[in-house]
Ligand binder design. Structure first.
Ligand code: SF4
Ligand code: SF4
Length: 125
């Protein structure tokens, strides 16, 4: 598959998602429960990738994304935006070995197991 920019190609290779399927309808952002805490809305994230803007690798949004899949379910073009957020986390930090949390230092606070699993997937390799 041909892509007009390297960023969109890398996102496709990691997530299997073609950002050019997105028609910028905004349904993903309208339903996102965490959008108020994001610096760039989910549909803007897609747009940045569409135009090859690598600043998308430095925005807060993918780290605020809770992987709730609401956007993925709402998208009329079957874009799996949650998978794209994961791809951005990989490209921006995880594949560079930048860890947000050291699991060895996570204490005995008694987190529910599911929280630890989610954190392990999102913030570490
Ligand atoms: S809901 Fe889908 S098509 Fe609409 S802006 Fe979001 S990703 Fe693009
Ligand atoms: S998966 Fe992330 S971007 Fe999508 S609706 Fe949930 S929190 Fe928002």
């Amino acid at each position: 598959m041909e892509f007009p920019n390297e960023l969109a190609k890398k996102i496709f290779e990691i997530s299997g998602q073609n950002v050019y399927s997105c028609m910028q309808c905004g349904k993903c952002s309208a339903g996102c429960p965490n959008v108020d805490f994001m610096d760039v809305t989910p549909n803007q994230v897609i747009h940045m990738i569409q135009v090859g803007d690598e600043n998308v690798l430095h925005v807060k949004t993918p780290w605020v994304c809770a992987n709730c899949l609401t956007c993925t379910i709402r998208c009329p073009r079957d874009v799996d935006l949650a998978a794209i957020m994961e791809a951005i986390r990989h490209l921006s930090s995880l594949r560079a070995g930048i860890y947000r949390i050291d699991l060895n230092k996570v204490g005995k606070e008694g987190f529910p197991q599911i929280v630890l699993v989610a954190v392990a997937r999102k913030y570490t390799l």
